[in-house]
Design a protein around this ligand. Structure first.
Ligand code: ADP
Length: 168
């Protein structure tokens, strides 16, 4: 059984096998959680990202975590939300699927996700949380045993808890 937990806090402090970075397609750093992860991991992270040549929206690429307590960072560019009719739900679902796939391939037992696309990319919070919960619950995980939804702030944590309850 997959253990799913909602945690409020800063994802860069979590000692898990992998943390997910809500990156942009350049994979060269940015604001929000991306900036926080690069600051905490140290400059080696950017050096590791440069040769990856970016990433498509909905895709995922993995690097070491360097100075982070997490062993790996899985970078995934979420969709920019326009109106929900430009493939955003499918692309956001694909972020979760591809991150979990990489976690499995790299023998990760624990992974923490931020609320991908819900910052500057503008995805409505409850809709994004419902997709996150659905994709994690439906993923045929074998090695991944624990998933943390790391929420920045109490409001987001509440939305995730509600999404989890609805899915039960
Ligand atoms: P995106 O471009 O995918 O919208 P953002 O970084 O702007 O990415 O926001 C994604 C989510 O990450 C937002 O809900 C934001 O509040 C949250 N966030 C920002 N900093 C952190 C952090 N240090 N730990 C966890 N979540 C964070």
């Amino acid at each position: 059984m997959l253990d799913i937990e909602v945690l409020e806090g800063d994802i860069t402090t979590l000692k898990v096998d992998a943390i997910v970075n809500a990156a942009n397609c350049s994979l060269l750093g940015g604001g929000g959680v991306d900036g926080a992860i690069h600051r905490a991991a140290g400059p080696e992270l950017l050096q590791a990202c440069i040769p990856l040549n970016g990433c498509a929206t909905g895709g995922a690429k993995i690097t070491p975590g360097f100075r982070l307590p997490a062993m790996f960072v899985i970078h995934t560019p979420g969709p920019v939300y326009r109106d929900g009719r430009h493939g955003e739900p499918t692309l956001l679902a694909s972020c979760y699927q591809n991150c979990l796939k990489l976690a499995e391939e790299n023998n990760c037992a624990s992974i923490a996700f931020p609320a991908i696309s819900t910052g500057v990319y503008g995805y409505p919070w409850a809709e994004a949380a419902a997709i996150a919960v659905r994709e994690v619950r439906e993923y045929p995980a074998q090695k991944v045993k624990k998933v943390i939804f790391c929420c920045f702030g109490n409001d987001m944590a509440g939305i995730y808890r509600e999404a989890l309850q609805k899915a039960e």
